[in-house]
Design a protein around this ligand. Structure first.
Ligand SMILES: CC(C)(COP(=O)(O)OP(=O)(O)OC[C@H]1O[C@@H](n2cnc3c(N)ncnc32)[C@H](O)[C@@H]1OP(=O)(O)O)[C@@H](O)C(=O)NCCC(=O)NCCS
Length: 298
């Protein structure tokens, strides 16, 4: 099945479930190419086979027999809702930022809807702007919980030396807003600029020693709209301002915890460009209060 046209670089890619043992092995090889051999986030090939045949979904983006990206999800159950839990999404470095991640998730959504389920959940590192751009802005999923040091210490190049905090996201697949985002109806840069100007900062930032932004103050959100800044490019901060990464981790953790405790919910994410600088923000607003249970009457 082909999903969307994609960029010229990824035109002609096919999206399908993996079937052969050598295809499952390609996922592990791809995962190692992105996270390194030390990474613990992999899914052994025998487990991929087991998932594929028992309610899970292992799917890939192929150029002929070459696997350029993959995503793996499994059945999840929280005591009241049956959903799919997205454990891994990965695109080969040379194909990143060409829409393959989006098309993989679109195909995963179709497959989960076919199973008769209407929700996918997952987690990502809240400091990773590219993940937030894909999951929150492009797919319309909503982060709703903050987990501190979720996986404990991981020894891959991305997580090494940093507490593995994660944002849990929920993606209601048939939601009108999700349909809009999947169809590419996104806020314009003017809308984003207006929203930013009309909302209060939860994390204030300033240039650190290397010139890259680092957080200076965290404050509670107030009013109908707030924004929460993260680094535009975490890898650059890691490279040029090592202590800054930990400052970001702790500031963003405190900010999300305060915001969720006060009943705020994340409803968008965007990158703003101003004065030759790109800055990344989550947008939050007070979550609607759940309606009280209907009275049983006298
Ligand atoms: C995360 C990943 C799966 C996304 O796949 P991809 O093919 O690169 O993603 P896409 O091109 O479909 O979408 C990325 C979006 O983020 C945007 N983006 C890229 N860099 C960004 C940044 N620093 N800040 C914010 N947004 C960014 C892109 O512009 C794009 O949005 P657009 O479609 O509106 O232009 C892939 O980059 C990857 O494998 N990364 C390493 C593994 C990883 O982190 N996996 C966790 C996934 S949650």
């Amino acid at each position: 099945m082909a999903v969307g046209a994609g960029s010229p670089r990824t035109e002609g890619f096919r999206f399908r479930r993996l079937q052969k043992p050598e295809e499952f092995r390609q996922v592990e090889e791809l995962r190692t190419a992105v996270w390194g051999p030390e990474s613990e986030v992999g899914v052994p090939t025998a487990l991929q086979r087991a998932l594929q045949d028992n309610g899970g979904i292992v799917l890939g983006a192929f150029a002929d027999i070459y696997l350029a990206g993959a995503t793996i999800s499994l059945l999840g159950w929280d005591g009241s809702t049956l959903y799919h839990y997205s454990h891994l999404t990965v695109v080969r470095p040379e194909y990143q930022n060409h829409g393959l991640g989006f098309r993989l998730k679109a195909f995963q959504r179709d497959e989960v809807l076919k199973l008769g389920l209407s929700e996918i959940r997952g987690t990502f590192d809240p400091l990773e702007g590219r993940s937030a751009g894909l999951i929150v802005r492009r797919l319309g999923a909503r982060p709703d919980r903050y987990f501190s040091h979720y996986f404990g210490q991981l020894d891959d190049p991305v997580d090494r030396g940093l507490e593995t905090d994660r944002l849990r996201w929920v993606w209601p697949l048939a939601d009108v807003r999700v349909e809009e985002r999947m169809a590419g109806r996104l806020p314009s840069s003017e809308d984003v600029q207006r929203r930013w100007a009309g909302s209060t900062p939860i994390v204030e930032t300033d240039a650190g020693e290397s010139g890259l932004r680092v957080p200076t103050v965290v404050q509670e959100p107030t009013g109908p709209s707030a924004h929460l800044e993260i680094p535009f490019d975490l890898a650059s901060v890691r490279e040029h301002e090592e202590a800054g990464v930990r400052r970001w981790r702790h500031a963003v953790r405190d900010a999300f915890r305060a915001a969720f405790d006060l009943g705020y919910a994340v409803d968008d994410f965007a990158v703003l460009s101003a004065a030759h600088e790109r800055r990344s923000f989550y947008f939050l607003s007070p979550a609607p209060k759940p309606s009280p249970p209907a009275s049983a009457g006298p």
